[in-house]
Design a binder for this molecule. Structure first.
Ligand code: R5P
Length: 301
């Protein structure tokens, strides 16, 4: 890491500190403040000329703020003469706006990937991107997965009769990989989305009666998908039900919903800060992806 620098905005300081420590690197100084009119001001107080710079910043809630910070830090870094700029984006906000569904819509995930490149980002390191489309927008040099972290947790629990469940079609690929890693069977639910926060689980395929189930998805946002899947599994005779995802967005009524649902434990990672969610939801278990990020950064440094 001799010729590399790690910088960050305000999105996830704990994760960045842990990642930098695991890289054996010091965190570079970045000054961010708000002007009276609420514009963001950013300045890097770190010599970066001729260096490889890793800017670690998930564009999580508030996505617009964190995205602007990332853009400004990248622009400042480029103007200061960095040799290469790598945006390490453990959670890529706007990823679910990855296609035009209705006439008149933008493709936000593509727009922001382009803007980040324009600001000076040469490469991306990302984690469990929402879709193939987002992958083609970012073209990450390293597309990391939280799968080994989550699988490691479930292995350590030594749960008998474990079935890994996909809460919708999109999750099936990841679920198959997890089931393989855990030596477990799979089941799949088909869901219909009614609105941004409401879904209905329609059908379940696979044997879950009397089994311990872990439902795996990339994102838990309003927890509508997960809680519907839990309800369906329970009403079909599942034993304990766990929910797990890489990105714990936990927006809207997510905490209330997970609290009320018959969920044994909700497992997520720290791609997004979880301190407040953890206080509000006792059955939330947060696993760290810092070792996975640090490994990728060290390889590219
Ligand atoms: C959708 O395709 C995603 O993979 C997740 O299933 C979705 O974002 C979860 O959203 P929510 O928690 O609001 O149901």
């Amino acid at each position: 890491m001799k010729n590399s620098v790690i910088l960050s905005g305000n999105a996830n300081p704990e994760l960045v500190k842990e990642t930098a420590k695991k890289c054996g690197a010091r965190l570079g100084k970045v000054h961010i403040e708000k002007f009276p009119d609420l514009e963001t001001y950013a300045r890097i107080d770190e010599p970066v000329a001729g260096k490889k710079v890793f800017i670690v910043q998930p564009t999580c809630t508030p996505a617009n703020e964190h995205l602007v910070e990332l853009l400004l830090i990248a622009d400042a870094t480029r103007r200061a003469g960095a040799r290469k700029i790598i945006a390490v984006v453990p959670y890529y906000g706007y990823a679910r706006q990855d296609r035009k569904v209705k006439e008149g819509e933008p493709v936000s995930a593509q727009l922001f990937a382009g803007l980040l490149r324009k600001a000076g980002v040469n490469e991306f390191i990302a984690m469990d991107l929402h879709s193939r489309a987002v992958e083609t927008f970012l073209k990450p040099k390293a597309h990391l997965h939280a799968l080994p972290v989550i699988a490691g947790y479930f292995k350590s629990k030594k749960i008998r009769d474990l079935v890994v469940v996909a809460p919708d079609k999109g999750a099936l690929k990841n679920v198959k990989m997890q089931a393989k890693a855990l030596g477990a069977k799979i089941a799949a639910i088909s869901k219909k989305r009614i609105s941004g926060s409401q879904v209905v689980a329609e059908k379940i395929e696979g044997d879950i009666k009397g089994k311990n189930c872990v439902i795996i998805d990339d994102i838990i946002s309003t927890a509508g998908t997960m809680c519907e899947a839990v309800r369906m599994l329970k009403s079909n005779g599942a034993a304990n039900v766990y929910v797990a995802a890489t990105h714990g967005v936990l927006a809207g009524k997510a905490i209330e919903r997970l609290k009320a649902a018959p969920v044994k434990e909700a497992i997520i990672t720290n791609t997004i800060p979880q301190a407040e969610h953890k206080k509000a939801l006792k059955k939330l278990r947060v696993l760290s992806v810092a070792p996975v990020l640090a490994e990728a950064i060290k390889k590219m440094a």
